[in-house]
Write a protein that binds this ligand. Sequence first.
Ligand code: PLP
Length: 374
Amino acid sequence: MEQPPVTLKRVPVLDLSHEIMELKPQLLRSIEDVLDKGAFIMGENVQEFEREAAEHLGVQHAIALNSGTDALVLALLTAGVGPGDEVVTTPFTFFATAEAISQVGAVPVFADVDPRTFNLDVNRIEEVITPRTKAIIPVHLFGQVVDMDTILELADRYGLYVVEDTAQAFGAEYKGRKAGTIGDFGCFSFFPSKNLGAYGDGGMITTNNTVFAERVSMLRAHGSKKKYMNELVGYNSRLDEIQAAILRVKLPYIEEWNEARRRAADVYRELLDKTPGILLPAEEFYGRHVYHQFTIRVLDGRRDEVQTKLAAKGISSVVYYPIPVHQLPVYHHLRISQPAAELLAGEVLSLPIGPKIEASVQQFVAESVIEALR
Ligand SMILES: *Cc1c(COP(=O)(O)O)cnc(C)c1O
């Protein structure tokens, strides 16, 4: 029997080639413009990108930085979090979330997740709050927003800062508000694979607090408002002009791309509906999901087997995250258990998804998942 041609192709988890091909003329023009102007740091592209991103998200201030990790670090520093403080977050996230907490000298305190949403179980937060707790970092994992009303209510009651880790959720919404504009700080990453990605490292903090915005701007530039007038000990954490120029080309497409991701998720839902042995990701739990990942749970201890069978057909899939943060070697000494996060680490499998993924490719992936489980 003749194989459909799609089986001959390798299926990557994210394919940026279509986007790059489509935008190449615009990208090259923008990059060339930066080269011609010769301003590579803190030029007009950074300034304009900050203005455009803030307007797009509906927030007063956006400060462009060199990574999402630095965004978390600078947000915590701006909130005054430091040694002796505790920050509550999820154990089921990329290490950078907790790393930022440790980086500023505070202690990460984990509250377990809701296995349906992969996000913080907001009912488990209060039990880990102590007099030392200074902030909460909800992570909008895989593009799904956290139940922010409950987070805000707890923050209000205990006097805590809310730092939204929005690295995976540019454009996601909670009750009509964009993720990253609800807490005191929104922390974004423009790592190339994120929904809005640069072609290098990049990040951003959003806030509606003018004092915070000014402090973040200073911290990213060696603690200075004016060059050579250093008022604080800060960092070198600026977004460069070329990445800002690239992000300005891409920002106008983000809505369209997020919609395409949502349609791709619907295609998977239809193809994988009621497949025994897997659970599909929760849909629109608290707001608009932007499917940074389409992550299924493979039950009965068969996840690795399914991943291996997909790989044999050229289909890449990823386990985000194989080890929950509290069990990583660096936090081993905490000796805590977070059963839901540990369960998910053994079951999750993220399938190929992106704004440009073709339905025929999704069909091949879904059929291969079903076949692997048979
Ligand atoms: C990507 C990511 C980060 C870190 O962003 P970088 O730009 O790579 O430093 C932080 N938190 C989460 C949840 C992420 O996915």
